[in-house]
Write a protein that binds this ligand. Structure first.
Ligand code: FAD
Length: 412
């Protein structure tokens, strides 16, 4: 005879969604090992400091870069030049663990490895690669990626920065780059500007390797941020900055270059958001089991369990979407690829899921949840940036909408 549900033995201890829904089980052994190594490093070196870095708005970015480089997390999925050359999936699980601490730490790694090092690796000359990649892989050198401008965000094609080639071959750069992660602590920037060779041809966007100590470069920190406080963000001004002829990245012409780097970096966001989502859920489960109101743990109330169940569903689907993308990116699905549209879909939906869950888990924490003692509200504030940078939610909706309908809605 069937035992009524109400009389069945209650589980003695809670089960983590990674086990309950066999998410850890679908990772391969080297991916599980990578996740464990990074998580142990995070627990030991990062998590104890995350709230303070956030509250004080002060990330020790250069020291952190060396520690992260020592662990092989900078330019992790790139080959050669001192880079570890791991699979995309291993890079993904590392991003998940880093953002489970704070999206600011994951941003440092994404901008260094997926944006700046990828631009140099893919489009740079042999000299650019030799000069910068080994030092950036160890974290001795820090890089940043300057695409956005005060008047050109979602529409980088409207950028105003210029690079004018002089008769001797040198370049002179003018313009302003805004919202540039790592800039105040960086040694080098890959700056995108309209290059005028003086030949009378229409200027096209090119990337330039700009050591930030060059004369005419100014960097100021963006003040008063309410999101990504454990990340260093800056504005770069270029005022008649003179660079040698070989400062230009030879392999990139037009916006396709920087946009391909962004597609690369969005992969890290897709995985990173599963980390902040998971951490919000874990914190709320622990709190709900301990906190007693009306004589019972608040985790025993049906409304609380509904929030937790919904969060677990969002985590599970976000994780599986991230893994699907990783398997495609690693060439593990014959005949299929990680298209930019899939990357847009995953970035859009995982960032949204993580933000929704962080807010909902914050509500389980009640008043305590608005302090820095608990992570969900910090994650929620960070995710306001994550849902905005590297393509806003709306821009990714337009990318997917265009593919679905064949109609381009970017112009309005
Ligand atoms: P806008 O483009 O002005 O958009 C404002 C609003 O209008 C948004 O809601 C947007 O979705 C909407 N919108 C725009 N166009 C359309 C349209 N066609 N249809 C419908 N809605 C539309 N950039 C870098 O180059 N390097 C970095 O390292 C970097 N780091 C960053 C770090 C932080 C903390 C932040 C906040 C930003 C960073 N960015 C960086 C910039 C980021 O990529 C831009 O903020 C983002 O692309 C949006 O641009 P915007 O802020 O100018 O907003």
């Amino acid at each position: 005879m069937l035992t009524p549900m109400s009389q069945q033995t209650q589980p003695a201890r809670p089960v983590h969604p990674d086990d309950l829904f066999a998410l850890d089980a679908v990772l391969e052994q080297d991916e599980r090992d990578a996740a464990r190594t990074v998580r142990a490093f995070c627990d030991d070196q990062l998590r104890p400091h995350a709230a303070r870095w956030y509250v004080e708005g002060a990330l020790p970015a250069r020291d952190l870069a060396k520690a992260l480089g020592g662990l092989g997390l900078l330019g992790m999925h790139l080959d050669g030049y001192g880079c570890p050359g791991t699979s995309a999936a291993m890079y993904g699980v590392a991003c998940r663990e880093l953002e489970a601490v704070d999206a600011g730490v994951r941003s440092l790694v994404s901008v260094q490895g997926s944006l700046t090092m990828t631009a140099l690796h893919r489009y740079g000359s042999e000299e650019h690669k030799q000069e910068w990649l080994p030092a950036m892989a160890t974290g001795e050198a820090v890089g940043c990626f300057g695409l956005t401008e005060p008047d050109a965000g979602s529409d980088p094609g409207s950028m105003r920065s210029t690079a004018r080639q002089q008769p001797g071959g040198d370049w002179v750069l003018d313009g302003t780059k805004m919202w540039i992660t790592n800039a105040p602590v960086a040694d080098v920037a890959v700056v995108w500007a309209r290059a005028d060779t003086g030949s009378g041809e229409r200027p096209r966007v090119h990337g330039f390797v700009v050591p930030l100590r060059t004369g005419g470069v100014g960097v100021t920190e963006v003040p008063r941020k309410l999101s990504m406080r454990a990340s260093v963000t800056g504005e770069i001004t270029l005022d008649g900055v003179r660079l040698p002829a070989d400062a230009v990245l030879p392999g990139a012409q037009g916006l396709r270059g920087p946009l391909a780097c962004l597609t690369e970096a969005r992969f890290g966001i897709v995985w990173g958001t599963t980390g902040s989502l998971r951490d919000s859920l874990e914190v709320a489960v622990d709190y709900a089991r301990e906190r007693v109101q009306f004589g019972k743990p608040i985790g025993s109330f049906q409304l609380t369990q509904a929030k937790l169940a919904d969060a677990a569903a969002r985590y599970t689907t976000a994780f599986l979407l991230a893994l699907h993308l990783a398997r495609l990116k690693d060439g593990r699905v014959p005949g299929a690829q990680a298209t930019p549209e899939l990357v847009s879909l995953a970035k859009m939906d995982n960032a949204r899921a993580a933000l929704d869950v962080a807010r909902s888990m914050r509500s389980i924490l009640g008043g305590s949840g608005i302090t820095a003692d608990y992570s969900p509200m910090r994650h929620a504030a960070n995710l306001e940036t994550v849902i905005t940078y590297e393509g806003t939610q709306e821009v990714h909706q337009l990318v997917v909408g265009k593919a679905l309908t064949g109609l381009d809605a970017f112009g309005g």
